[in-house]
Design a protein around this ligand. Structure first.
Ligand code: NAD
Length: 318
């Protein structure tokens, strides 16, 4: 029997599919330092991870019998992919499974931001009974998303899902991508009707200058932040920005400065430079809508991820 260790967990649907096909699935998480020993002792052929466990050169060198490294999700920055391939290890991931969930989280932040839910949820328990009228006044300058301009930077899988949802809400959608020139965005409606919109991407500066809200959907690189003080300076005064891609894509110091000075009204962050210990200044900031890297953390996305990993593993060993 082939042994699989799902070190950061896997959905029940994925486990069931693998078990039905005679794989042994272990979901007992092992500490990073002990991982290579456990892989060798338990004769693990397939190691599955999400973003927490790292499978770098040291583990690959110590575990010569590994056949597959699987990442449940998109970003592969916790795996030495090229090195694993050189060693003949098959590396798999599930790039499309979580796009819709991440896109929905963008709108959760956006809706919360424009009606100040992120801050009223912190203040209502403390002074909602004594200062109701004061709070009502502080949160009365809300905005609608309908009719506003949403700038999407990175027009791949998630960026295009965000576009669909933005169009559905009546937003004016702009996009920038380093490589993609245009994309067809098809909205599927409840009654089976479809409507396709072709969106041509524009220069980054155009997006920065013309958007009421900017949302980032690009991979992490080792380059400096894509959005720093200079880029924020080009944005509309009072705009909002959301990062659900990777920590470090926005310069957090420049972001806090812009929020303090009123250049930006608010920001939504699901990812942080220093995960899993983000800066406390950031966590305490009252213009930030925060979530702890939960973009893909929905039942639907996790089911799709588990099933996609199971299918790829089954196909490989056939
Ligand atoms: P994707 O590869 O489909 O799309 C990324 C797009 O960015 C591509 O079209 C690429 O051409 C473009 N791009 C790359 N560098 C760029 C640059 N410097 N400027 C402009 N465009 C650039 O990826 P995706 O599936 O849409 O994922 C996007 C990001 O979301 C990744 O960083 C991924 O790690 C992250 N993500 C986060 C969560 C979460 O839990 N918050 C979950 C899934 C994915």
């Amino acid at each position: 029997m082939i042994n699989i260790l799902a070190n950061d967990g896997i959905s029940i649907s994925g486990i069931e599919k693998l078990k039905k096909n005679n794989f042994n699935v272990d979901v007992n998480s092992v500490l990073q330092d002990e991982l290579s020993d456990v892989i060798n002792q338990k004769k693990i052929s397939v190691i599955l991870v999400r973003s927490a466990t790292k499978i770098k050169k040291d583990i690959i060198d110590k575990c010569p019998d590994l056949k597959i490294i699987g990442r449940g999700g998109v970003g592969m920055d916790n795996i030495d992919v090229e090195y694993a391939k050189e060693k003949g290890i098959h590396v798999i991931n599930t790039p499309a499974a979580s796009s819709s969930s991440v896109a929905e989280l963008v709108f959760a932040h956006l809706f919360g931001m424009v009606r100040f839910l992120f801050i009223s949820n912190r203040q209502m328990p403390i002074e909602g009974d004594t200062n109701f009228k004061k709070l009502k006044k502080s949160f009365s300058a809300g905005k609608e998303l309908n009719g506003r301009t949403l700038g999407i930077i990175g027009f791949g899988r998630i960026g295009q899902e965000v576009a669909k949802k933005g169009i559905g809400l009546g937003m004016n959608v702009l996009a920038h991508d380093k490589f993609t020139k245009e994309a067809n965005i098809t909205l599927n409606f409840f009654n089976g009707e479809k409507k396709t919109f072709t969106i041509e991407t524009k220069e980054m500066d155009y997006i920065l200058k013309n958007s009421d809200f900017i949302t980032l959907h690009i991979p992490k690189t080792d380059e400096k932040a894509i959005i720093g003080a200079e880029e924020i300076g080009k944005m509309k005064t009072g705009a909002g920005i959301i990062n659900t891609s990777r920590g470090g894509i926005i310069d957090e110091t420049a972001l806090m400065f812009a929020l303090d000075k009123g250049k930006l009204s608010y920001a939504g962050l699901d990812v942080f430079e220093n995960e899993p210990s983000p800066s406390t200044h950031l966590l305490m900031h009252n213009a930030l809508s925060l979530s702890p890297h939960i973009g893909a953390a929905t039942k639907e996305a996790q089911d799709r991820i588990g099933i996609e990993l199971a299918d790829q593993i089954i196909t490989y060993f056939k």
